[in-house]
Design a binder for this molecule. Structure first.
Ligand SMILES: [Zn+2]
Length: 221
């Protein structure tokens, strides 16, 4: 399930877009800043925008519906933020209502992916960008958020097809950003520091999921 997140990020987001479309006048400012500051002051970075095309996706076979730009922040991962976490969520609602929520600019939340019980994967935010899903700014910046359609108290929602599709997706993320498929790096929303959410809940089979992610990784090696 998603939640309010990063309400303070909108002005910076606008600033950054202004930079992206307004030229490279900030290069000089970035050059005099310290290296550590540069790594944090992403809005000063010149030429950060990798080429993007509407509808481009990161996971082969995924569908694409764009989340409202109000529900995520443009970034240039993994160049500006290292990606080394996956956050597992459960939607607490149906597929379409989750898609609609992420398209709604007032929702203030989104995730990169929504995985359905039939194994369909819908991407809504590019992995380059920071989706607001974990309720924790630094976790959002370092993670990819995967929603699973269902309810935490309805174990039958977590189907074989869902586990398989999500495990393939997670394996691809681990491979793209070179981090291990383990419980230190693949976490539940409820485990995020400061989280007041309970998803994915007791019925999410972590042992099975991690095993399947590892199998998918091995199969693609
Ligand atoms: Zn959640």
């Amino acid at each position: 399930m998603t939640e309010q997140g990063n309400t303070g990020s909108k002005p910076k987001s606008r600033t950054r877009r202004a930079v992206l479309f307004g030229g490279l006048g900030v290069v000089a400012a970035a050059a005099v800043a310290g290296r550590d500051e540069i790594s944090r002051a992403w809005w000063l970075l010149p030429g950060v925008a990798k080429p993007r095309k509407e509808g481009e996706i990161d996971h082969v076979g995924a569908g694409w519906t764009a989340a409202s730009p109000a529900n995520w922040r443009m970034a240039d991962r993994p160049d500006d933020y290292r990606v080394d976490r996956i956050v597992v969520h459960v939607t607490q609602g149906g597929f379409q209502s989750s898609v609609d929520a992420f398209k709604n600019p007032w929702h203030k939340a989104s995730a990169h992916y929504i995985v359905r019980g039939d194994g369909h994967v819908e991407q809504m935010v590019r992995e380059l960008d920071v989706a607001f899903h974990a309720g924790n700014r630094s976790m959002n910046e370092r993670s990819v958020g995967i929603e699973h359609v269902g309810f935490v108290d309805r174990p039958k929602d977590f189907t074989d097809d869902m586990y398989a599709a999500s495990a393939r997706l997670a394996a691809g993320i681990c491979r793209r950003y070179d981090f291990p498929a383990d419980r230190g790096h693949i976490v539940g929303h409820s485990e995020v520091p400061g989280a007041d959410h309970t998803d994915p809940g007791d019925h999410w089979d972590w042992d099975r999921y991690i095993r399947m992610v590892r199998e998918a990784l091995a199969a693609s090696a």
